[in-house]
Design a protein around this ligand. Structure first.
Ligand SMILES: Cc1ncc(COP(=O)(O)O)c(C=O)c1O
Length: 443
């Protein structure tokens, strides 16, 4: 066990050998309550018999057929299911292997739409600061995570970043939600004007901000106003629901809560729930029709896209989410989780904000609550929380950089949709101890 080039060369990782519902078990028999579902992935837990059987059955019939020669039954059925309850107009599905590839595909679909509709000058993409859209170069260019971008900056495609919707730190004390939304939308409009509206191709945002900002929900009305601005200037709206989609926030699609329909909707993580790697873009017919009736072909593709076994796994996952009432379960359990977090951490001197929706929650850690002063990033508080939680048999998703890409620590929680009330108690308990020990050791 010496040859995997691990993400962090200084770490020694436990060997995960088994999954059992919401728990991961390592080679020493240590059990971890998976309160992050990996990285907001394993929404059905780690041992769903129906999904495993569906993947097995497909592997026996046909593991793979290249999409430039064939389509397959599971790919067609999965696309039909996704289109059947998608927001109106999003009735075509492009398959990808993961979230980054879904975002890459969406950016390219947008560009091809501009060409097909006789607007080849449209090439500017506007995204938001403290966003994350993936690690491939196009997706990283769109992303606004300063830390992740820094080493690759010379290789990135120039894109433009406006403010995220981050009420805890960026909404004025006396500023109403409506006024805050308006201020953000004006900033977007100024950016569009600065670039020349006719040159702007797309605006991309996470509907509920994920890893970098920690489950920050937009203030009411923000996305509706963004949609209006995009429509006014002929700019495509891409929503990235790779992390927050497919039930995670208590809605099948997070944009349903915002009452907007994007032109392109990126999905991954909860699509295959970790049983298979898969991502997708739901495409509005305005975009798909332009390509279908124009050049006729999307000039893009990857060898493993639409992989038959991956589609069969995702189909079983998506049927389970719908047939077992798991979106409703997320809403219910999400309320319990929010309540527990508020009870446990509402008065905590170093928890500045508790935010989230559905089973997607974040604690933002601060040195001082009154001033919202973050901890010194050199303390590596988020890494300490991760280590202390794992020692106690809990995996959560601590991250740094919510304030400005470097400063600010938060702990994100995104447990499986099947988590029980009893496991929520275990989560809150273990997390409280991990946070306290980590903070104590950084003083
Ligand atoms: C919102 C969002 N978009 C895109 C990605 C990239 O997905 P992947 O890691 O599957 O490439 C992520 C990953 O965390 C994400 O949270």
């Amino acid at each position: 066990m010496m040859h995997v080039f691990h993400r962090d060369q200084r770490e020694s990782y436990p060997v995960a050998v088994r999954g059992e519902g919401c728990y991961l078990i390592d080679s020493h028999g240590q059990r971890y309550l998976d309160a992050a579902a990996g990285a907001a992935v394993s929404c059905l837990g780690h041992s769903d018999a129906e999904v495993i059987a569906a993947v097995e059955a497909q592997l026996r019939r046909l593991p793979y057929a290249v999409t430039s020669f064939f389509t397959t039954e599971p790919a067609e059925q999965l696309a039909d299911l996704l289109a059947s309850d998608a927001p109106p107009g999003l009735d075509k599905v492009w398959f990808a292997l993961d979230g980054s590839e879904a975002v890459e595909s969406a950016l390219k679909l947008a560009r091809q739409w501009a060409i097909e509709t006789g607007q080849p000058q449209r090439r500017e993409i506007i995204s938001r600061r403290q966003s994350y859209h993936g690690n491939t170069l196009g997706a990283l260019s769109a992303g606004g995570n300063a830390f992740r971008r820094a080493p690759y900056e010379p290789l990135l495609v120039p894109m433009h970043h406006v403010s995220p919707c981050y009420p805890y730190r960026e909404q004025g004390v006396a500023e109403s939600d409506a006024a805050y939304a308006e201020r953000l939308v004006r900033e977007l409009e100024h950016e569009i004007a600065r670039l020349g509206a006719e040159n702007v191709l797309a605006f991309i945002a996470e509907t509920v901000a994920g890893a970098t900002l920690g489950s920050a929900c937009a203030v009411p009305g923000y996305f509706r106003r963004v949609r209006e601005v995009c429509d006014r200037y002929g700019v495509l709206m891409i929503l990235d629901e790779v992390m927050c989609g497919l039930g995670r926030t208590g809605h099948l699609h997070a944009c349903l809560a915002e009452d907007v329909v994007p032109d392109l909707l990126c999905l991954a993580k909860g699509l295959g729930a970790g049983y298979q790697p898969i991502g997708a873009v739901l495409i509005h017919r305005k975009v798909s029709d332009a390509i279908a009736s124009g050049s006729g072909a999307f000039q893009h593709g990857h060898t493993f896209m639409g992989h038959a076994a991956a589609c069969a796994g995702a189909l079983a996952v998506q049927r389970a989410i719908r047939n077992r009432g798991l979106v409703e379960a997320v809403r219910e359990r999400g309320q319990s989780l929010g309540k527990r977090l508020r009870e446990q951490f509402g008065g905590h001197p170093h928890v500045g904000d508790i935010r989230g929706r559905g089973l997607f929650w974040t604690l933002e850690l601060v040195r001082e609550r009154d001033t919202k002063q973050p901890f010194d990033p050199s303390l590596g508080l988020q890494a300490r929380v991760k280590a202390e939680a794992m020692l106690r048999g809990l995996t959560c998703y601590p991250m740094a950089g919510c304030v400005d890409g470097r400063r600010g620590d938060h702990v994100m929680l995104a447990p499986p949709y099947i988590i029980t009330e009893h496991q929520l108690d275990e989560l809150a308990d273990k997390l409280a101890r991990a946070i306290d020990v980590a903070i104590e050791s950084s003083k």
